[in-house]
Design a protein around this ligand. Structure first.
Ligand SMILES: NC(=O)c1ccc[n+]([C@@H]2O[C@H](COP(=O)([O-])OP(=O)(O)OC[C@H]3O[C@@H](n4cnc5c(N)ncnc54)[C@H](OP(=O)(O)O)[C@@H]3O)[C@@H](O)[C@H]2O)c1
Length: 251
Protein backbone atom coordinates (compact mmCIF):
# COMPACT_ATOMS: atom_id res chain seq x y z
CA UNK A 1 0.00 0.00 0.00
CA UNK A 2 1.35 3.36 -1.06
CA UNK A 3 0.72 5.92 1.70
CA UNK A 4 1.56 9.62 1.56
CA UNK A 5 1.71 11.39 4.92
CA UNK A 6 1.25 15.14 4.52
CA UNK A 7 2.70 16.80 7.59
CA UNK A 8 5.07 13.83 7.79
CA UNK A 9 7.76 15.87 9.59
CA UNK A 10 5.45 16.88 12.46
CA UNK A 11 5.03 15.39 15.94
CA UNK A 12 2.46 12.80 14.84
CA UNK A 13 3.51 12.61 11.18
CA UNK A 14 7.09 11.54 11.87
CA UNK A 15 6.00 8.81 14.32
CA UNK A 16 3.31 7.68 11.87
CA UNK A 17 5.75 7.29 8.97
CA UNK A 18 8.06 5.15 11.16
CA UNK A 19 5.20 2.92 12.32
CA UNK A 20 3.85 2.39 8.80
CA UNK A 21 7.32 1.48 7.53
CA UNK A 22 7.89 -0.90 10.47
CA UNK A 23 4.69 -2.65 9.37
CA UNK A 24 6.00 -3.05 5.82
CA UNK A 25 4.09 -0.24 4.11
CA UNK A 26 5.49 2.25 1.66
CA UNK A 27 5.08 5.54 3.55
CA UNK A 28 6.33 8.85 2.14
CA UNK A 29 6.48 11.96 4.35
CA UNK A 30 5.64 15.25 2.65
CA UNK A 31 5.66 18.77 4.06
CA UNK A 32 6.96 22.27 3.36
CA UNK A 33 10.43 20.78 3.87
CA UNK A 34 10.02 18.43 0.90
CA UNK A 35 8.56 21.15 -1.35
CA UNK A 36 4.85 20.42 -0.79
CA UNK A 37 2.77 23.42 0.22
CA UNK A 38 -0.86 22.54 0.87
CA UNK A 39 -1.82 26.22 1.00
CA UNK A 40 -0.61 27.04 -2.51
CA UNK A 41 -0.95 23.53 -3.94
CA UNK A 42 2.74 23.54 -4.91
CA UNK A 43 4.21 20.03 -5.26
CA UNK A 44 0.93 18.27 -4.38
CA UNK A 45 0.30 16.76 -7.83
CA UNK A 46 3.70 15.10 -7.93
CA UNK A 47 3.54 14.02 -4.27
CA UNK A 48 0.17 12.30 -4.58
CA UNK A 49 0.74 10.58 -7.94
CA UNK A 50 0.36 6.83 -7.36
CA UNK A 51 -0.83 7.19 -3.74
CA UNK A 52 -3.52 4.80 -2.48
CA UNK A 53 -3.95 6.48 0.89
CA UNK A 54 -3.29 10.09 1.89
CA UNK A 55 -3.01 10.97 5.57
CA UNK A 56 -3.31 14.64 6.48
CA UNK A 57 -1.55 15.38 9.78
CA UNK A 58 -0.64 18.98 8.96
CA UNK A 59 -1.31 21.77 11.40
CA UNK A 60 -1.88 25.46 10.93
CA UNK A 61 1.16 27.66 11.71
CA UNK A 62 -1.16 30.03 13.59
CA UNK A 63 -3.56 28.65 16.18
CA UNK A 64 -5.93 31.64 16.44
CA UNK A 65 -7.47 34.31 14.24
CA UNK A 66 -8.89 34.06 10.73
CA UNK A 67 -5.67 32.46 9.47
CA UNK A 68 -6.61 29.08 10.99
CA UNK A 69 -9.86 28.80 9.06
CA UNK A 70 -8.07 29.88 5.91
CA UNK A 71 -5.34 27.28 6.47
CA UNK A 72 -7.64 24.30 7.01
CA UNK A 73 -10.14 25.29 4.29
CA UNK A 74 -7.62 26.07 1.57
CA UNK A 75 -5.26 23.19 2.38
CA UNK A 76 -8.03 20.62 2.62
CA UNK A 77 -9.61 21.79 -0.65
CA UNK A 78 -6.26 21.64 -2.43
CA UNK A 79 -5.45 18.16 -1.10
CA UNK A 80 -8.90 16.71 -1.91
CA UNK A 81 -8.87 18.20 -5.45
CA UNK A 82 -5.52 16.59 -6.24
CA UNK A 83 -6.60 13.30 -4.62
CA UNK A 84 -9.58 13.15 -6.97
CA UNK A 85 -7.44 13.34 -10.08
CA UNK A 86 -4.79 11.01 -8.59
CA UNK A 87 -7.39 8.30 -7.85
CA UNK A 88 -6.70 8.17 -4.11
CA UNK A 89 -9.01 5.65 -2.40
CA UNK A 90 -8.71 6.68 1.26
CA UNK A 91 -8.28 10.13 2.82
CA UNK A 92 -7.39 10.07 6.52
CA UNK A 93 -7.30 13.21 8.65
CA UNK A 94 -6.40 13.77 12.28
CA UNK A 95 -8.73 15.99 14.27
CA UNK A 96 -9.73 16.46 17.89
CA UNK A 97 -12.36 14.84 20.14
CA UNK A 98 -15.11 17.38 20.77
CA UNK A 99 -14.34 19.53 17.70
CA UNK A 100 -18.05 19.88 16.91
CA UNK A 101 -18.68 21.23 20.46
CA UNK A 102 -15.96 23.90 20.20
CA UNK A 103 -17.30 26.16 17.43
CA UNK A 104 -16.72 29.21 19.63
CA UNK A 105 -12.98 28.82 18.97
CA UNK A 106 -11.14 30.10 15.86
CA UNK A 107 -8.97 26.99 15.86
CA UNK A 108 -11.87 24.57 16.09
CA UNK A 109 -13.89 26.44 13.44
CA UNK A 110 -10.93 25.65 11.20
CA UNK A 111 -11.06 21.95 12.15
CA UNK A 112 -14.86 21.86 11.63
CA UNK A 113 -14.40 23.36 8.14
CA UNK A 114 -11.70 20.76 7.38
CA UNK A 115 -14.00 17.92 8.48
CA UNK A 116 -16.98 19.26 6.50
CA UNK A 117 -14.95 19.48 3.28
CA UNK A 118 -13.80 15.87 3.78
CA UNK A 119 -17.36 14.66 4.41
CA UNK A 120 -18.65 16.49 1.30
CA UNK A 121 -15.90 15.18 -1.00
CA UNK A 122 -16.16 12.10 -3.21
CA UNK A 123 -13.08 10.45 -1.63
CA UNK A 124 -13.73 7.65 0.91
CA UNK A 125 -12.42 8.88 4.25
CA UNK A 126 -11.70 8.28 7.92
CA UNK A 127 -11.51 11.17 10.39
CA UNK A 128 -9.59 10.29 13.54
CA UNK A 129 -10.63 12.28 16.60
CA UNK A 130 -7.86 12.12 19.22
CA UNK A 131 -7.82 13.68 22.67
CA UNK A 132 -5.11 16.12 23.86
CA UNK A 133 -1.59 14.72 23.46
CA UNK A 134 0.45 14.39 26.69
CA UNK A 135 3.16 16.30 24.78
CA UNK A 136 0.75 19.22 24.33
CA UNK A 137 0.00 19.74 28.05
CA UNK A 138 3.03 22.01 28.44
CA UNK A 139 1.67 24.41 25.76
CA UNK A 140 -1.82 24.29 27.27
CA UNK A 141 -0.43 25.21 30.70
CA UNK A 142 1.76 27.97 29.27
CA UNK A 143 -1.15 29.45 27.31
CA UNK A 144 -3.29 29.41 30.49
CA UNK A 145 -0.61 31.19 32.56
CA UNK A 146 -1.25 34.65 33.94
CA UNK A 147 1.65 35.75 36.16
CA UNK A 148 2.18 32.94 38.65
CA UNK A 149 -1.32 31.52 38.17
CA UNK A 150 -2.47 28.93 35.64
CA UNK A 151 -6.23 29.09 35.07
CA UNK A 152 -7.73 25.83 33.87
CA UNK A 153 -11.38 24.79 33.80
CA UNK A 154 -12.16 21.92 36.21
CA UNK A 155 -13.57 19.71 33.43
CA UNK A 156 -12.83 16.15 32.40
CA UNK A 157 -9.97 15.34 30.03
CA UNK A 158 -8.68 12.00 28.79
CA UNK A 159 -5.28 12.76 27.23
CA UNK A 160 -3.05 10.32 25.37
CA UNK A 161 0.56 9.84 24.25
CA UNK A 162 1.51 11.07 20.76
CA UNK A 163 3.04 7.62 20.18
CA UNK A 164 -0.41 6.04 20.73
CA UNK A 165 -2.07 8.63 18.46
CA UNK A 166 0.36 7.67 15.70
CA UNK A 167 -0.34 3.95 16.26
CA UNK A 168 -4.09 4.55 16.01
CA UNK A 169 -3.74 6.65 12.84
CA UNK A 170 -1.47 3.97 11.31
CA UNK A 171 -4.02 1.23 12.07
CA UNK A 172 -6.90 3.25 10.62
CA UNK A 173 -4.92 4.31 7.52
CA UNK A 174 -4.37 0.73 6.35
CA UNK A 175 -7.94 -0.41 7.10
CA UNK A 176 -11.02 0.28 4.96
CA UNK A 177 -12.38 3.85 5.09
CA UNK A 178 -15.09 4.22 7.75
CA UNK A 179 -16.64 7.29 6.07
CA UNK A 180 -17.11 8.72 9.53
CA UNK A 181 -15.28 9.58 12.73
CA UNK A 182 -13.25 7.21 14.90
CA UNK A 183 -12.49 8.38 18.45
CA UNK A 184 -9.27 7.51 20.27
CA UNK A 185 -8.33 8.51 23.80
CA UNK A 186 -6.05 7.78 26.73
CA UNK A 187 -6.80 5.17 29.42
CA UNK A 188 -7.43 7.64 32.29
CA UNK A 189 -9.66 10.61 33.00
CA UNK A 190 -8.39 13.65 34.91
CA UNK A 191 -9.74 17.07 35.70
CA UNK A 192 -7.95 19.61 33.54
CA UNK A 193 -6.71 21.59 36.57
CA UNK A 194 -5.50 18.36 38.23
CA UNK A 195 -3.57 17.44 35.08
CA UNK A 196 -1.96 20.89 35.06
CA UNK A 197 -0.88 20.39 38.70
CA UNK A 198 0.61 16.97 37.93
CA UNK A 199 2.54 18.44 35.00
CA UNK A 200 3.93 21.37 37.01
CA UNK A 201 4.57 19.33 40.18
CA UNK A 202 6.66 16.78 38.28
CA UNK A 203 8.87 19.62 37.00
CA UNK A 204 8.98 21.47 40.35
CA UNK A 205 7.45 24.44 38.56
CA UNK A 206 6.20 26.94 41.19
CA UNK A 207 3.20 28.17 39.19
CA UNK A 208 -0.14 27.67 40.95
CA UNK A 209 -3.06 26.06 39.13
CA UNK A 210 -6.45 27.65 39.78
CA UNK A 211 -9.64 25.74 38.92
CA UNK A 212 -11.56 28.41 37.03
CA UNK A 213 -14.87 27.34 35.42
CA UNK A 214 -14.66 30.38 33.10
CA UNK A 215 -11.15 29.58 31.83
CA UNK A 216 -11.21 29.20 28.06
CA UNK A 217 -9.62 26.53 25.91
CA UNK A 218 -8.53 27.91 22.50
CA UNK A 219 -11.06 30.69 23.16
CA UNK A 220 -13.97 28.35 23.90
CA UNK A 221 -15.86 27.83 27.15
CA UNK A 222 -15.77 24.20 28.25
CA UNK A 223 -18.53 21.99 29.65
CA UNK A 224 -17.69 19.04 31.91
CA UNK A 225 -17.62 16.57 29.00
CA UNK A 226 -16.71 18.80 26.02
CA UNK A 227 -13.25 17.24 25.67
CA UNK A 228 -13.99 13.59 26.44
CA UNK A 229 -14.96 10.91 23.94
CA UNK A 230 -18.07 8.73 23.75
CA UNK A 231 -18.34 5.13 24.94
CA UNK A 232 -17.15 3.68 21.62
CA UNK A 233 -13.72 5.32 21.70
CA UNK A 234 -10.76 2.99 21.46
CA UNK A 235 -8.49 3.48 24.44
CA UNK A 236 -4.72 3.61 24.23
CA UNK A 237 -2.43 1.88 26.72
CA UNK A 238 0.14 4.45 27.84
CA UNK A 239 -0.69 5.86 31.26
CA UNK A 240 0.12 9.48 32.05
CA UNK A 241 2.40 8.72 35.03
CA UNK A 242 4.48 6.27 32.95
CA UNK A 243 4.84 8.75 30.10
CA UNK A 244 5.68 11.52 32.57
CA UNK A 245 8.46 9.61 34.30
CA UNK A 246 9.89 8.55 30.94
CA UNK A 247 9.74 12.08 29.56
CA UNK A 248 11.43 13.46 32.69
CA UNK A 249 14.32 10.99 32.46
CA UNK A 250 14.82 11.63 28.73
CA UNK A 251 14.71 15.46 28.97
N1 LIG B 1 -2.15 18.85 19.95
C1 LIG B 1 -3.12 18.02 20.31
O1 LIG B 1 -3.29 17.72 21.51
C2 LIG B 1 -4.00 17.42 19.25
C3 LIG B 1 -4.99 16.52 19.64
C4 LIG B 1 -5.74 15.89 18.66
C5 LIG B 1 -5.52 16.18 17.30
N2 LIG B 1 -4.56 17.10 16.94
C6 LIG B 1 -4.33 17.35 15.50
O2 LIG B 1 -3.13 16.72 15.11
C7 LIG B 1 -2.69 17.30 13.87
C8 LIG B 1 -1.17 17.22 13.80
O3 LIG B 1 -0.59 17.90 14.91
P1 LIG B 1 0.98 17.88 15.20
O4 LIG B 1 1.14 18.41 16.60
O5 LIG B 1 1.58 16.55 14.84
O6 LIG B 1 1.48 18.99 14.17
P2 LIG B 1 2.96 19.62 14.04
O7 LIG B 1 3.95 18.87 14.85
O8 LIG B 1 2.83 21.10 14.25
O9 LIG B 1 3.30 19.35 12.50
C9 LIG B 1 2.65 20.07 11.49
C10 LIG B 1 3.08 19.51 10.14
O10 LIG B 1 2.35 20.24 9.14
C11 LIG B 1 3.27 20.63 8.13
N3 LIG B 1 2.77 21.83 7.47
C12 LIG B 1 2.40 23.02 8.03
N4 LIG B 1 2.01 23.88 7.07
C13 LIG B 1 2.12 23.22 5.89
C14 LIG B 1 1.86 23.56 4.54
N5 LIG B 1 1.39 24.78 4.18
N6 LIG B 1 2.10 22.65 3.58
C15 LIG B 1 2.58 21.42 3.90
N7 LIG B 1 2.84 21.02 5.14
C16 LIG B 1 2.60 21.92 6.13
C17 LIG B 1 4.59 20.86 8.85
O11 LIG B 1 5.63 20.84 7.89
P3 LIG B 1 7.10 21.50 8.13
O12 LIG B 1 7.74 20.66 9.21
O13 LIG B 1 7.77 21.39 6.83
O14 LIG B 1 6.81 22.91 8.58
C18 LIG B 1 4.58 19.67 9.81
O15 LIG B 1 5.00 18.50 9.14
C19 LIG B 1 -3.30 18.71 13.85
O16 LIG B 1 -4.11 18.86 12.70
C20 LIG B 1 -4.13 18.81 15.13
O17 LIG B 1 -5.38 19.45 14.91
C21 LIG B 1 -3.80 17.70 17.88
Amino acid sequence: MNIVVIGGTGLIGSKLVSKLRENGHQAVPESLDSGVNTLTGEGLGQALAGADVVVDVTNSPTLEGEGVLQFFETSTRNILDVEESAGVTHHVALSVVGTERLAESDYFRGKIAQENLIKESSIPYSIVHATQFFEFIRSIVDAATDGNKVRLAPVQVQPMAAEDVASAVARISVASPVNGIVEVAGPQRFRFDELGRLHLGARRDPREVVADPDARYFGAKLGDDTLVPGDDASLAETRFEDWLSQSLTSS
